[in-house]
Design a protein around this ligand. Sequence first.
Ligand SMILES: *[C@@H]1O[C@H](CO)[C@@H](O)[C@H](O)[C@H]1NC(C)=O
Ligand SMILES: *[C@@H]1O[C@H](CO)[C@@H](O)[C@H](O)[C@H]1NC(C)=O
Length: 400
Amino acid sequence: MQTSLMTSSRLAFLLVITICSCNYASVESVSRRSLLGNGLASTPQMGWSSWNHFGCSIDEEMIRETADALVSTGLYKHGYKYVNIDDCWAELSRDDEGKLVPKKSTFPSGMKALADYVHSKGLKLGIYSDAGYLTCSKKMPGSLGFEELDAKTFAEWGIDYLKYDNCNTDGSKPTARYPVMTRALMKAGRPIFFSLCEWGDLHPALWGSTVGNSWRTTNDIADNWDSMISRADENEVYAEYARPGGWNDPDMLEIGNGGMTKDEYIIHFSLWAISKAPLIIGNDVRNTSKETMEIIANKEVIAVNQDKLGIQAKKVRMEGNLEVWAGPLSGYRVALLLLNRGPDRTPMTGYWDDIGIPPSSTVIARDLWKHKTLKESFVGNLTETVDPHSCKMYILKPIA
Ligand SMILES: *[C@@H]1O[C@H](CO)[C@@H](O)[C@H](O)[C@H]1NC(C)=O
Ligand SMILES: *[C@@H]1O[C@H](CO)[C@@H](O)[C@H](O)[C@H]1NC(C)=O
C-alpha cells in the first residue's frame, strides 16, 4: 500500500515538474499568495467535529453543549476553536428557492442562531457539504450545481469552515468540482476555511494549495491502531507539500473514543502534531476523561503542531518496527519522535546526522510528554528506551 502510494506520488511529482519545467518556483509563489488570501490556515486548524463519535446522531442542543464544554474544559484556550457539524444536518429537500434547509427535527432554531451562539462563546462554527448530488450518508443534498447559492447561504448564516466531501458525484474529477466551490466561497463575502475531503484519491497535495486550506490525504480513519498508523504513513509521503496556508490532512482524531490504548492515543496525537495535521478532536467533549484531557490538552505537543515554520516532519530512519520522525521548528529547534510500533521494549536513537543538526552540536532535550527538560545534554545522538506501541517526543535545542 505504502510502496504503491510512494510510487504514484513520485510519478505525480515528476508530472508536475514536467508540466511546469518552465518555472516551478514561480508557480508555487503565485499559489502561495492566493492561499494566504483568506488568512485562515497560517497554522493547522484546530477544533472539534461531530463525525467520529456521533455520526448522524447530531442535534443543535448537543452542538451547543459541545461549544460550552470546549470553553468549560479550557480546550478552546489551547486553540480548539472550530465547532464542526459533519454530515446529516439538513433536510433531504432544498426549499423553494433551492436553499439548503437545516433539519427541522434536529436543528429547529436554524444555523444562524447556532452560529450566533457559538460565536458568543468566542468559537467558530463549521459545516459540511459534498461535491456531489448527495452527501455520503445520502440523508441530505450535496452542493454540486448549487455551489454559489450554498456558499452564499453559509456566509449569511455566519459559517466559518466548510468540510467538502466527495460522495455521489457526477463522475468528473475532483479537480473539476472542488475549484467551483473555491470560487463560490471567494465570492460569498465571508472568510470560510475550506477543508477538502476527496480522500487523497487524486493526490490533492499536488493541487490542493490553490483550491483549499487543507486536503485529506487518506480514506476515513477508524478508532483502531492499524487504521490510525496507516493514515499517518500515507500522509507522510506528501510532507513536502504542507506549508502555511495549506495542510495535509490524515483525517480527524479518535482520542477518547475508546478503541486504542492510552499509549496508542499518545502516538496518534504526537504523529498528527509533528505532521502539522489539522487537530480536529472527535470525542464527546462534554464527557472528556482526565486521561483524554492529558493528551489533547498537552500544550507542548500542540505548540509543535502550531509552530510558525509550518514544516511537516518526516520519517528519517526506519528499522523494522522502529521509526524516527523529525522536523524543523522555529528558532533552530527540532521536533523528534521515537516511535516503537513493535511488541518489544527497545532502545532507540535519534542521530543528529538524520535530523539536520550539526553532528558536534550540544543539544538540550525537552520531553514533551513528561514535561521535563532532561538533565544531561547530548552530542551526536539521543538514545532512549521506548515501550511497545509507545513513543517519546522531544524538542531538541542546540546550545553549542
Ligand atoms: C462518559 O464516558 C465514560 C467513559 O469515559 C462512559 O463510560 C460514559 O458512558 C460516558 N457518559 C456519557 C453520558 O456518554
Ligand atoms: C550517542 O552519543 C554518545 C555520546 O556522544 C556515544 O557515547 C554513544 O555511543 C552514541 N550512541 C549511539 C547509539 O550511537
